[in-house]
Design a protein around this ligand. Structure first.
Ligand code: PLP
Length: 399
């Protein structure tokens, strides 16, 4: 029998993406940002239901967040953000000279706790950055109400949430500033890439120039295959534009999303949810797949068993992750252990199971079977070693 290895996540690309890249290479050999990039932006706009000009593509989700924050803060300004997020959310803030203020999460869906955020507001607070953790936008209406009443900008870190809807509206089709990531393992990929979606003209013009070293209105020239020789620059910029080559991959992925990736991610996460719902050592995170197109599948492992279960599964060839190490625990952000008790408790419990559209039903069932086996074995062992039933081990699985 071949040794099982089930990957946590995976880029799902193939012949169609390769053909598209080949076409860009062979057509005119223009690999930089040009027509293909513009078409990708328009197609994202069509998909979301916004004008193509509202979409600014960049070469990573981190770049998208960085430019979005840069567009609306001054150094020293504060940004409210949940600590339980990818390092990128924090780094994109600190890169601008603004200060990320780590906030607690709601225990049910692991999105930002507004009441906690409210307590951390100061005269310097300018932005709230909700993170759509595990593709769940949380209570966005409440976040926008909160932001509106305190005159805060909202930058949605929607890196997990491409293709998700909130109250039947596409994430990215409404709101203030929304950032997506198209890195290799996200809901769609362009190899590396990202996008900023906004209806705010000022922010839009800023990020469009800032992705090209701040050169004013360089974007329109590049779409025509031209360059700016005579130009002016009024602010710091970066080399963050998306190349034609990567845009070509993104265009194919966008077409595959509705028919392949979305239904498969939803189906697999439903399969996990219905099987794990009654495993008493596991707690699911709220958020029914459907409106949510899950990018990752984290669960809570109760009673201090997370590391044991994770090791058990890894030994069975099942790769498991931990999303994420809370940022307030990092030296660069103050290493403030004890500051966020809920987040820290969750960090000890969270474990992410494999999820990508290339997983088969058989593979997901294998993961589920092994989790069940662990908890059966686990409770037997504890009963055996103490001679009596224990208080923390899970009960055998209920139907
Ligand atoms: C992936 C991710 C990002 C950054 O995207 P990159 O394209 O990898 O730079 C930001 N925030 C979250 C929550 C992410 O998962």
């Amino acid at each position: 029998m071949s040794k099982t290895f089930i990957r946590l996540s995976k880029s799902i690309v193939g012949a169609t993406e390769a053909e598209a890249v080949g076409r860009v290479l062979m057509e005119d050999g223009y690999l930089g940002m040009g027509k293909e990039t513009q078409i990708f932006e328009r197609e994202i706009g069509d998909f979301l239901g916004v004008p193509g000009e509202a979409v600014t593509s960049v070469n990573s989700g981190t770049a998208a967040l960085h430019l979005a924050v840069q567009a609306v803060v001054e150094p020293g300004d504060e940004v409210l953000v949940q600590s339980l997020t990818f390092l990128s959310s924090f780094q994109s803030i600190s890169a601008t000279g603004a200060v990320p203020v780590p906030c607690e999460i709601n225990l049910n869906n692991l999105t930002i706790d507004i009441e906690d955020a409210r307590r951390r507001m100061t005269a310097k607070t300018r932005v709230i950055m909700p993170v759509h953790y595990a593709s769940n936008p949380g209570d966005l209406d409440k976040i926008y109400d909160f932001a509106g009443s305190h005159r805060l900008r909202v930058i949605e870190d929607a890196a997990h949430a491409f293709g998700c809807t909130y109250r039947k509206k596409m994430v990215g089709s409404f709101g203030d500033i929304v950032c997506f990531s198209f890195d290799g393992i996200k809901n769609i990929t362009s190899g590396e890439g990202g996008a900023i979606i906004t209806g705010d003209e000022k922010v839009k013009n800023f990020v469009r120039d800032a992705r090209l070293l701040g050169v004013q209105k360089d974007t329109e020239k590049r779409y025509q295959g031209e360059r700016s020789w005579e130009f002016d620059v009024s602010h710091q910029g970066y080399r963050y534009h998306l190349s034609n080559v990567l845009a070509a991959i993104g265009r194919v992925q966008l077409k595959r999303f509705a028919t392949e990736f979305k239904p498969r991610r939803i189906e697999l996460s439903r399969r996990y949810r219905s099987a794990l719902r009654n495993v008493s050592g596991i707690k699911l995170i709220e958020g029914e797949p459907g409106e949510i197109v899950p990018h990752i599948f984290p669960v809570r492992v109760l009673n201090g068993r997370r590391d044991l279960l994770r090791e058990f599964l890894i030994n069975k060839g099942i790769e498991c992750g931990i999303h994420y190490k809370p940022n307030h625990l990092l030296s660069f952000y103050g290493a403030k252990k004890g500051m966020l008790p809920i987040t820290e408790k969750l960090y000890d419990e969270l474990m992410t199971l494999p999820l990508h559209p290339g997983l088969s039903d058989v593979e997901v069932d294998y993961v589920i079977e092994n989790i069940n086996e662990f908890f059966h074995k686990d409770s037997e062992q504890v009963v055996h070693s103490t001679g009596k039933s224990n208080t923390f081990a899970s009960k055998p699985n209920e139907p």
